[in-house]
Ligand binder design. Structure first.
Ligand code: UD2
Length: 310
């Protein structure tokens, strides 16, 4: 069993990753400043003796160094981030601190304390608005936001540690959905927004004609990919898309919600958002080849679970 330090443990992906690692018998130290994460996401984890939550900002000097020194993790899963693309545009300095400085702290703590493995939450945002689909890892990287640029830069910082014997896996997540995703902002993940609206009995708004598609991946699959990358013996360093390879339109998503909520009025349509991309789709083959990971939760099943359990 391994000791894993998870930054951003109280977030959407972090809390599911924590739950999964604990269920497998690993010991987890979670670090989170609760800026966009919530303690309530860790309610099950906090009951486990193998889990501890440290409320701290991983971008602050000395924080990760002290924790890694004390805990001696086998791996760090670095998920803490400024997660809002909009916020990264409004406040590039904050983006720099939370998405780049924090990564540098992870790298330094790993080197100083002999951590052999790092898993990093990268993003399909590093590819920008490419129309060359499905997106392969070799597809041109052309981020169009400070957020995407910081994720790409962080990959470079971490992959550079390979020369020092640290195995780094960068996970380029596509559109992740599932329980605990925060619908608070209009720019939150569309499924979390739709889920809340249907629960409230209110119609959703579709920007554009609803035929735009995304590669939606369940957070449970993402947590499993994180576990594999952090604990599976003998894997090599590298970066891979974490996606399903399947495109789902917003109209398809709405159809599922409408079946579960027949009394909610049909969606209203509004003009497409500025800068919105029509289609996004990843090629999942590299994660399969390098990690033995393949997404198994269908959008229909994932949505069904979200609707039933929230
Ligand atoms: C992701 C990022 C976004 C930006 C974009 C760049 C997330 C959550 N968002 O957006 O910040 O980086 O990638 O490509 O990672 N929609 C509606 N109604 C709503 C909300 C959204 O129709 O109430 C549409 C939206 O216009 C888009 C689709 O749903 O066409 C998916 O939106 P999203 O924000 O969940 O994800 P995405 O990939 O557009």
């Amino acid at each position: 069993m391994a000791k894993i330090l998870i930054t951003g443990a109280a977030g959407f992906i972090g809390s599911h990753t924590t739950d999964r690692l604990l269920a497998s018998g690993h010991t987890v130290l979670g670090v989170d400043n609760l800026r966009s994460g919530h303690r309530r996401n860790l309610t099950p984890a906090l009951a486990a003796p193998e889990f501890r939550l440290e409320e701290a900002d991983v971008s602050a000097a000395g924080v990760l160094d002290a924790l890694a020194k004390e805990f001696r993790p086998d791996a760090i899963i670095h998920l803490a981030a400024l997660v809002s693309v909009q916020e990264s545009i409004q406040d590039p300095e904050l983006n720099h601190r939370l998405n780049i400085t924090a990564t540098e702290r992870v790298a330094a703590a790993a080197l100083a304390h002999g951590v052999r493995r790092i898993v990093f939450a990268s993003s399909a945002a590093i590819y920008g608005d490419t129309t060359d689909l499905p997106i392969r890892e070799e597809t041109e990287k052309a981020p169009i936001s400070p957020y995407g640029a910081a994720k790409l830069h962080s990959e470079g910082i971490l992959l550079g540690l390979s020369a020092q014997g640290v195995t780094v896996r960068c996970h380029r997540y596509f559109n992740v959905f599932g329980p605990r995703q925060d619908p608070a902002s209009p720019y939150s993940g569309v499924i979390s927004i739709f889920d809340r609206r249907y629960r409230e009995g209110k119609p959703v708004t579709i920007y554009g004609d609803g035929q735009q598609t995304r590669d939606f991946i369940s957070v449970h699959d993402v947590a499993r990919a994180n576990e594999i990358a952090a604990t599976k013996p003998g894997i090599a360093a590298g970066a891979a898309n974490i996606c399903t390879g399947r495109a789902t339109s917003l109209l398809d998503i709405v159809k599922v919600f409408a079946t579960h909520y027949p009394a909610v009025p049909p969606p209203s349509f509004a003009p497409a958002r500025n800068g919105d991309i029509i289609h996004s789709l990843g090629r999942p083959d590299r994660a399969q080849a390098e990690l033995g990971f393949r997404a198994t939760v269908s959008v229909a099943d994932g949505l069904g679970e979200l609707i039933r359990t929230g």
